[in-house]
Design a protein around this ligand. Structure first.
Ligand code: NDP
Ligand SMILES: O=C1O[C@H](COP(=O)(O)O)[C@@H](O)[C@H](O)[C@H]1O
Length: 496
């Protein structure tokens, strides 16, 4: 690992794209503003369109205009940015890029450290990695790291092919596969809540937990990403990565040390212990949905099939709910339910840990519903923890009433969550800390699990659309839990 204020040249391939403008430049700015970057850094933006340095710096300044009240001169920040028109498929461009990188290295004294951030369509990832190596861009006196955006492949086979291509040019410890959920403050908090609290860890198993629910719901629809989404769907877009990663953090054994290797090794064990399904069993464990028209925030919204670049007869799912079973000593018999969807009622990512009821409870009248203890980890947009307990009612009787203890993490944090995740991850990558990036072993196991589900769904056309925009998804998602005697706990509205 290096210093906390690392020096490097960051090369962003896809510098004129949506991700770079919306997330990467604001994140680099915040690192700079917060003193997490030394003055010794440069950013080289790479894309085909013929921009000048000045055009590019204006784009960068636009993307950070939200911070205009800061005491930082935007021109000074933007002076670290340089543009290099470039077609990644044309080998002749790489030498001139290398020359620029060498000169910036000298100018900004970045010690030959380079980050290559691939913020481009995934079909370029393999070629780019190979060309960077063959044209000598990775041969410097410092370190070279490759940051790869999602999706990492379309299924296990294509992910493996891509991984082999990349591994010919970069070692595993030089590869940083981004899963931006791992950069979220409250996702990183899962381990701390579990392993730094004497009151949770002894109860964190199938003896005391009846089920765990992970929900990531969005109000937005697929918007202008129809082309990508048609070949992805919610299963590949959210489940294969973010949902399974959160599940692994919730279910893993305590690592013996807080090193990337030890943590990853525990996560891998959970993914290996996921009970496999046959294609025919998928419908017992997984439910899919696609949004129809509906009212969202008082406005009528079109159905998924009416979107741009979407097949009017599309079989693509915009919602997935599933029951995961982990076949190990800690979790056998305790289901982990996951649920994610677009155009739902709330924008919310939340984890609910439901504890088992006591075998007998003196403080309830006969026939009255018992309120189970719940630990809710609010990932976003509200960040915090709520512990639902029972306490004596404020009267002379002996009955109890549900109460809650709340910790609000937003009070300590005035920043937007998603860009902040990129900020954290970029800084980690610059420091050489790969803990919150996904290792190939995790990617491979996740794809193997998800591939069975996609096979089942590709073989059978669904009855779509099956949920209204602005709802909580299809009825089958409720039925999935009802057959086990549970129900989804509602997710917290934006502001509690
Ligand atoms: N946008 C988002 O919120 C998220 C995006 N991602 C991932 O990030 C990656 C980028 O996404 P996004 O920014 O939305 O994509 P965009 O389509 O907005 O941007 C693509 C970029 O690639 C450049 N480009 C395309 N072809 C070439 C080429 N042959 N040579 C050089 N540059 C080229 C384009 O510029 P030009 O046309 O000038 O060449 C543009 O800068 C994708 O892998 C996506 O899946 C992941 C999570 C969220
Ligand atoms: O990776 C993705 O995540 C976003 C949701 O991210 P969040 O941080 O806003 O929860 C999702 O909209 C997108 O489809 C997916 O590609």
């Amino acid at each position: 690992m290096t210093t906390n204020t690392p020096k490097a040249v960051i090369v962003i391939f896809g510098a004129t794209g949506d991700l770079a403008n919306r997330k990467l430049y604001p994140s680099i700015y915040r690192l700079f503003r917060n003193g997490k970057l030394s003055e010794n850094f440069a950013v080289v933006g790479v894309a085909r369109r013929p921009l000048t340095n000045e055009d590019f710096r204006n784009n960068v300044k636009n993307s950070i205009s939200q911070f205009e009240d800061d005491n930082i001169d935007p021109d000074k920040f933007a002076s670290h940015f340089h543009y290099h028109p470039f077609d990644v498929q044309d080998l002749s461009y790489y030498q001139s890029l290398n020359t620029l990188l060498h000169s910036l290295d000298e100018k900004h004294e970045t010690e030959g450290n380079r980050i290559f951030y691939l913020a481009m369509a995934p079909n370029f990832f393999g070629t780019l990695a190979a060309n960077l190596k063959s044209e000598g861009l990775t041969s410097t006196q410092g370190w070279s790291r490759l940051v790869i955006e999602k999706p990492f492949g379309h299924n296990f086979k294509s992910a493996q092919k891509l991984n082999n291509q990349i591994r010919e040019a970069f070692d595993e410890d030089q590869i940083y596969r981004i899963d931006h959920y791992l950069g979220k403050e409250m996702v990183q908090n899962i381990e701390v809540i579990r392993f730094a609290n004497a009151m949770f860890e002894p109860l964190w198993n199938n003896q005391f937990i009846s089920n765990i629910q992970i929900t990531s719901s969005e109000v937005l629809g697929v918007e202008d990403r129809g082309r990508y989404y048609e070949s992805s769907g919610a299963l590949r877009d959210m489940v294969q990565n973010h949902m399974l990663q959160m599940m692994a953090l919730l279910a893993m054994e305590p690592p013996i040390k807080l090193t990337p290797e030890e943590i990853r090794s525990e996560k891998v064990k959970v993914l290996r212990a996921l009970k496999p399904m046959s294609v025919d069993e998928v419908e017992d464990y997984f439910v899919r949905g696609q949004y129809d028209r509906g009212i969202v925030d008082g406005e009528e919204k079109p159905g998924y099939r009416e979107g741009n670049s979407v097949d009017p007869d599309s079989n693509t799912e915009t919602f997935v709910a599933g029951k995961l079973t982990i076949n190990n000593f800690r979790w056998a018999g305790t289901p982990i339910y996951i649920r994610t969807g677009k155009r739902m009622q709330q924008k919310s990512t939340e984890i609910v840990v439901q504890f088992k009821d006591l075998p007998m409870n003196l403080y309830y009248d006969k026939g009255e519903a018992i309120h189970p203890n719940l630990l809710v980890i609010h990932i976003q947009p509200y960040e915090g923890i709520t512990l639902h307990l029972n306490a004596k009612k404020g009267d002379y009787g002996t009955t109890s009433t549900p109460i809650s203890l709340k910790y609000n993490n937003n009070d300590n944090n005035d920043k937007m969550n998603t860009p902040e995740a990129y900020e954290v991850l970029l800084h980690d990558c610059m420091r050489g800390d790969s803990t919150n990036f996904t290792h190939w072993d995790e990617v491979a196991l996740s794809w193997k699990f998800v591939d069975i589900i996609s096979q089942a769904w590709e073989n059978k056309k669904a009855q779509f659309p099956n949920y209204e925009s602005g709802s909580n998804g299809p009825k089958d998602s409720d039925a999935l839990l009802e057959k086990d005697g549970f129900h989804w706990w509602s997710v917290t509205p934006e502001e509690e």
